[in-house]
Design a protein around this ligand. Structure first.
Ligand code: NAD
Length: 337
């Protein structure tokens, strides 16, 4: 693979366990000879006035330039007068879709062994924007903004994803029977896009029913697309189906083809710096990044090595009931490669 021009990707190791699990990704990429050069960026120690947060302008520019990156967890420093790092990234880079693949890991027993679904969450609007105010004492109001533009954009992404990833069905998750205007518009946009993809089966599922179906038989779902807040909740529910936060990857898709992959979990301060973290979530996130880059061979190899290591059961981190360190587990994956 040395004759391939390397792709430059931004890397935010992040806080807490971030640097340890980012090291694991770097090691695995080196072993698998992935043609990616990392451009590392760190969270600043002072507020950058251009971003109004600890995220530096140079970091944002790096993602804009490279259009692809991997992000470790970022602990939002407590204080006033600045924006959360994650919110800054989401808003500034217009990361409009959050994609979370969720599948049962062979050999790691949970209640279900046939989960294989993708949640796609609208990432920019809806209740989740937190546009709230007090009308008078004792009465507050929250604004749920849904736009045709953002709904079409995420629906288009979901159907395109389904088509290009060999998926057969897209389910739009909603509560349009009650939220007739907002979720109604979301559904209308999904229907419009569905018409352009006759080969993909389209269905609409009310969110309460969706929750019941997910815990009863998650195999009934393929690709799910939904507004922001529903996505926040449903995607964590799905993580729970397969074994928890140490395992679940995600990728944020932004305007102009930007892809910023990230683990779903936080900085895990309780185990930071102890070589105990499970790097699987960030590693599988890096796999979603490789798939976005259409480096499917490398993605498959790395994914298989991770899955075989977990399935074998000899090297597992503490969150999966094992006693391996982050570096032993990483080495085992590299040996599989
Ligand atoms: P957390 O996800 O960091 O930790 C929750 C629990 O899960 C902890 O017990 C932790 O040890 C465990 N855990 C998480 N990831 C793990 C891994 N890879 N391997 C093994 N165990 C793991 O959530 P928290 O404690 O609520 O948040 C800590 C900090 O992270 C906060 O500052 C929060 O703002 C930040 N955070 C950042 C992001 C992000 O950057 N996307 C997401 C969530 C939380």
């Amino acid at each position: 693979s040395s004759d391939i021009t390397p792709i430059t990707a931004t890397l935010f190791p992040g806080d807490g366990i971030g640097p340890e699990i980012a090291e694991s990704v770097k090691q695995v990429f080196r072993t698998a000879e992935v043609p990616v050069d990392w451009e590392e960026h760190y969270v600043g120690t002072e507020i950058d006035p251009r971003t109004q947060s600890f995220l530096t302008w140079e970091s944002l520019e790096s993602v804009r330039r490279n259009k692809v990156g991997l992000k470790g967890p970022m602990a939002t420093p407590i204080g006033k007068g600045h924006r959360s790092l994650n919110l800054t990234l989401r808003k500034e880079l217009n990361l409009y879709a959050n994609v979370r693949p969720c599948y049962s890991l062979p050999g790691y027993k949970t209640r279900y062994d046939d989960v294989n679904l993708i949640t796609i969450r609208e990432n920019t609007e809806g209740e989740y924007s937190g546009l709230e105010h007090q009308v008078v004492r004792g009465v507050v109001e929250s604004l749920k903004i849904i736009t045709r533009q953002a709904s079409l954009r995420v629906a288009e992404y979901a159907f395109h994803y389904a088509k290009t990833h060999g998926r057969e069905r897209v389910s739009a998750i909603h509560k349009a029977n009650i939220m007739q205007k907002t979720d109604g518009l979301f559904l209308k946009c999904c229907r419009e896009v569905a018409e352009k993809y006759p080969e993909i089966t389209y269905e609409e599922v009310v969110i309460d029913n969706c929750c019941m179906m997910l815990v009863k038989n998650p195999a009934a779902f393929d690709v799910l697309v939904m507004p922001n807040l529903y996505g926040d909740i449903i995607s964590d529910l799905c993580a729970g189906l397969i074994g928890g936060l140490g395992l679940t990857p995600s990728c944020n898709i932004g305007e102009g083809g930007i892809a910023l992959a990230e683990a779903v979990h936080g900085s895990a301060p309780d185990i930071a710096g102890k070589n105990l973290a499970n790097p699987t979530a960030l590693l599988l996130s890096s796999v979603t990044m490789l798939r976005h880059l259409e480096l499917h061979d490398k993605a498959d190899r790395i994914q298989n090595a991770i899955l075989s290591t977990i399935a074998e059961g000899k090297y597992r981190t503490a969150d999966l009931g094992g006693s391996s360190t982050t570096s032993d587990f990483t080495k085992a994956i590299c040996d599989h490669l």
